[in-house]
Design a protein around this ligand. Structure first.
Ligand SMILES: NC(=O)c1ccc[n+]([C@@H]2O[C@H](COP(=O)([O-])OP(=O)(O)OC[C@H]3O[C@@H](n4cnc5c(N)ncnc54)[C@H](O)[C@@H]3O)[C@@H](O)[C@H]2O)c1
Length: 379
């Protein structure tokens, strides 16, 4: 048996592979412990061209860049690296331009590949560069935050922010493969871990009652980074996201269900000036508020609404008391939401745990009451 076949067999035995079926843009997500050191062999298996540029941020670089780089160099890849400061501000046209300049200076050609090594910020930005440089070059995701492993690295949404609005400039651009090494979560700050848990809870509410029960039963283990629990959580979340994306890659209908909690969550995040609340924390509050609307609309039962609230209550997130929250300001943000149609604020709401609606126009009086509810809840 060839060395490559041997490698593949070992990899398959030691990791879980989730497939994202998108015709000729299909790709695997490899999930498992200690996989980073396999990146060189994996690139060989996927016939990745010899020139690779790794884009990462300084926090992730400190822990993992040398391991990834040496694994690639051992397999004779030529590797350039770009290390950015960490944070959302890097998802900008200014940073993108600096990166294009480096790629041109290094003579990076059309058949080269970009590896995003980092959280969702690096993944979105590096993916945008890969989608646009020379009209598209190879792209590999190595997500290192829980949020990136369960959400942003899967599905091909890449992009940068505009000073007036987040994620407004971008593309749908699928990676060649995703490598989610669960071992890297040991260095992830606790607050970032919680943000990822927020998206995981969302998958349970919108698509999978059994998974929701698993999270209920294993929340403390997940928060204390139990490897088995986190590994199952990542695998199931990727399966659920792959299911949605494969049916609606470009968000024409079904993919919108992934926005549950995001309309109100995003308004709260903005009210906190993107500092008081992180995205995942704001989404947890958003899900409380939007579930309340589902209850008042007689869509979800009181028992299911209580179960959702009870689970979220056990997740440590900052109080809302330090944020100036005026319903009028929150409405203003929501009206600018991408999902607004014919001036109506739209949301996807749960019918039950594991069952969600497509986007619906929502009566603003219900939103107003839900905002009052979540403000009290979050004190
Ligand atoms: N493309 C999509 O479908 C999609 C979906 C959801 C979110 N997003 C985007 O993702 C971004 C948020 O991603 P995020 O929450 O990963 O934020 P992030 O990329 O800023 O990472 C969070 C922090 O954790 C650090 N970090 C990451 N991995 C680490 C590790 N293993 N050890 C130590 N530190 C580590 C980073 O340096 C950073 O400081 C936002 O820009 C959001 O718009 C995109």
């Amino acid at each position: 048996m060839s060395l490559q076949k041997n490698f593949l067999r070992t990899l398959i035995n030691n990791s879980h592979i989730v497939k994202v079926p998108l015709g000729n843009r299909s790709y695997p997500i490899y999930i498992g412990a200690n996989l980073l050191k396999q990146i060189g062999s994996l690139c060989l298996t996927h016939n990745v061209a010899r020139k690779i540029v790794i884009i990462t941020d300084e926090n992730v670089a400190r822990h993992y860049l040398s391991l990834v780089k040496s694994s690639l160099e051992k397999k004779k890849f030529s590797v350039h690296t770009i290390v950015l400061p960490s944070g959302e501000r890097q998802k900008s046209s200014a940073t993108a331009e600096k990166i294009y300049t480096k790629l041109l200076e290094w003579n990076i050609e059309r058949n080269s590949t970009i590896i995003a090594l980092g959280g969702g910020v690096v993944g979105d930005l590096a993916g945008f560069i890969a989608a646009t440089y020379q009209r598209g070059i190879g792209f590999i995701q190595i997500p290192t935050s829980l949020l990136a492993q369960v959400d942003s690295s899967v599905g091909g949404k890449v992009g940068i922010n505009h000073p007036l609005a987040k994620n407004m400039i971008g593309a749908f651009y699928q990676p060649l493969f995703v490598l989610a090494d669960t071992s890297v979560l040991k260095t992830l700050p606790k607050r970032e871990l919680i943000c990822g848990i927020g998206e995981v809870v969302k998958y349970g509410i919108i698509l999978d009652k059994k998974f929701f029960s698993f999270i209920e039963q294993n929340l403390n283990k997940a928060l204390s980074r139990d490897k088995k629990v986190l590994s199952h959580i990542i695998q199931r979340s990727c399966e659920l996201k792959a299911y949605v994306v494969s049916r609606d890659e470009k968000e024409q209908n079904l993919r919108a269900i992934l926005n549950f909690g995001h309309t109100i969550g995003h308004a709260l995040e903005r009210a906190g000036k993107f500092a008081s609340l992180k995205h995942g924390e704001a989404i947890l509050y958003g899900m409380i508020a939007e579930t309340n609307i589902a209850l008042e609309s007689r869509m979800v039962s009181f028992a299911d609404k209580e179960r959702i609230e009870c689970l979220i209550q056990q997740i440590p997130i900052p109080s809302l008391s330090s944020i100036r929250l005026r319903n009028a300001d929150l409405f203003e943000t929501m009206r600018k939401d991408k999902k607004v149609k014919d001036n109506s604020i739209r949301m996807t709401l749960p019918h039950a745990i594991g069952k969600i609606s497509l986007p619906l126009n929502i009566d603003e009086r219900l939103i107003d009451r839900a905002l009052d509810y979540v403000k009290l809840y979050g004190v």
